[in-house]
Design a protein around this ligand. Structure first.
Ligand code: PEP
Ligand code: CO
Length: 451
């Protein structure tokens, strides 16, 4: 299928003529159409100027002058859309970014996997238990987790409930930030419970103190308050998987003469939906948002070069972020060849390491987990390989939570397989808990590139 620039041949529903992987099958198309029509009349969750501001920041990171921290749940749930949960997630991201800012000496761009991360790709379309076969759970945007025929039927009303939860989440995040929650003068607002008893507490407080001192110093010499310029912004991201949801909030903005997906600032294309002639690539090529593409061991040089040509034909800075997720054991086999392939295109990309999705494994009793050492090993290899090839690793993509869960093993407290059952809450992939997430941030801060 030929692909031209988004103009006459592209519109928000043109993806429907392509094969769409990982989509739910709705029993009643008329009900789905009605929900999509209702969603398309509702106001946007984000604005085009915020989206363009993030694109500029990503362009800065592409040049090596900023670092991106992208993190949050594997799958958000409607039930966990609570103030405590949102505050905890915001706090952990702010704390991590502070540590990284300190260690990397670069602005850190914060992007949450939040406010819309409700749809999940699955390895199988169905799940069987005791002889009963039902559709797999695909995330709260699509169907419900309990294993009953009623719960697993895709329900079009859930896209409206998801839109509402996403808006509630981002509304609260914005209010907290506007109220000064993210003010660098008051990092004590962000303290989570762990700070009092963690093995890393002293180091963290040292960093906080040193940043406060530098701010005070700068304000003294410049004679003005840095409050506004130093405020930490927060952007939203989710996997752009459910194309009816994405389509419904895609608008043409006359002033900018482009189409924007207004459900989120930064949608990304999952590894399972990046087929060149597939529906997801067709949809993404037409929107103006900065976007991510997950790349795994199966990605070939030609495929990646074609993806870049289709998604960023004008080599626009800030537009494309490649999020690599190979696994600690195979990153050396894949990353160098793909860095070379991208370089051959001459197109700017931001390289981001996702050290989570290539390192998922199962314990003896079948619990999905990730080992902290493998996560750190993949990160270290990423920094090493990019540096050795004269490339810049400009960000990390993590699954984490501000809560004290036990889903990944290892870390400063040495969680073992036997600890996992204690607080295993994720509905899909295992996340770093707040302490493990902070430890990753400290390692990144210490892994500063010398080039
Ligand atoms: C994810 O980010 O949760 C995910 C499913 O990742 P990937 O597409 O890289 O497997
Ligand atoms: Co995941």
């Amino acid at each position: 299928m030929s692909r031209k620039l988004p103009a006459a041949d592209w519109h928000p529903a043109s993806w429907q003529k392509h094969q769409a992987a990982q989509q739910a099958v709705y029993p009643d198309k008329a009900l789905l159409d009605a929900a999509v029509a209702e969603l398309s009349r509702l106001p946007p969750i984000v604005t085009s100027w915020e989206i363009d501001a993030l694109k500029d920041l990503i362009a800065t990171a592409q040049r090596g002058d900023a670092f991106v921290l992208q993190g949050g749940d594997c799958a958000e749930t409607f039930e966990e859309c609570t103030s405590d949960n949102i505050v905890a997630k915001l706090k952990i991201l702010l704390q991590m970014s502070l540590v990284m800012l300190f260690g990397l000496k670069k602005p850190v761009v914060r992007i949450g996997r939040m406010a819309g991360q409700y749809a999940k790709p699955r390895s199988a379309d169905t799940e069987s238990r005791d002889g009963q076969v039902l559709p797999s759970f695909r995330g709260d945007l699509i169907n419900r987790l309990p294993f009953t025929p009623e719960d697993r039927v895709p329900d079009p009303q859930l896209i409206l409930r998801g839109y509402e939860r996403a808006a509630l989440t981002l509304n609260f995040v914005r209010s907290l930030i506007d109220g000064g929650f993210a003010d660098l003068h008051h990092p004590e607002y962000w303290d989570l419970g762990w700070v009092g008893h963690s093995p890393m507490a002293e180091e963290y407080h040292g960093i906080v103190k040193s940043i406060s001192n530098s701010l005070d110093f700068l304000e003294t010499v410049s004679g003005r308050e840095l409050h506004h310029t130093q405020r930490a912004d927060m952007y939203a991201a989710h996997e752009g998987l459910h194309l009816f949801y994405e389509q419904a909030q895609t608008r043409f903005l006359e002033r900018r003469n482009r189409w924007y997906n207004l459900t989120t600032h930064f949608p990304w294309i999952g590894m399972r939906t990046a087929a060149l002639d597939g529906a997801h690539i067709e949809y993404f090529r037409g929107i103006a948002n900065p976007m991510g593409v997950k790349i795994g061991p199966g990605m070939t040089a030609e495929w990646l070069q074609q993806l870049i040509a289709v998604l960023n034909p004008r080599n626009e800075p800030g537009r494309l972020t490649l999020i690599h997720r190979f696994g600690a054991k195979t990153i050396d086999d894949h990353l160098p060849r793909l860095i070379t392939a991208v370089r051959e295109t001459g197109s700017p990309v931001l390289w981001v390491c996702d050290p989570m999705h290539g390192n998922t494994e199962s314990t003896a009793d079948g619990t999905k987990t990730r080992r902290f050492d493998n996560i750190v090993a993949e990160l270290e290899s990423s920094f090493r390989i990019h540096h050795a090839m004269g490339s810049y690793l400009g960000g990390v993509h993590l699954e984490l939570t501000g809560e004290n869960v036990t889903e990944c093993t290892g870390g400063a407290r040495g969680l073992t397989d036997g600890d996992l059952a204690r607080a295993y809450k994720t509905t899909v992939d295992p996340r770093l808990n707040y302490e493990q997430a902070m430890e990753v941030a400290m390692r990144i801060a210490g892994l500063r590139q010398t080039g």
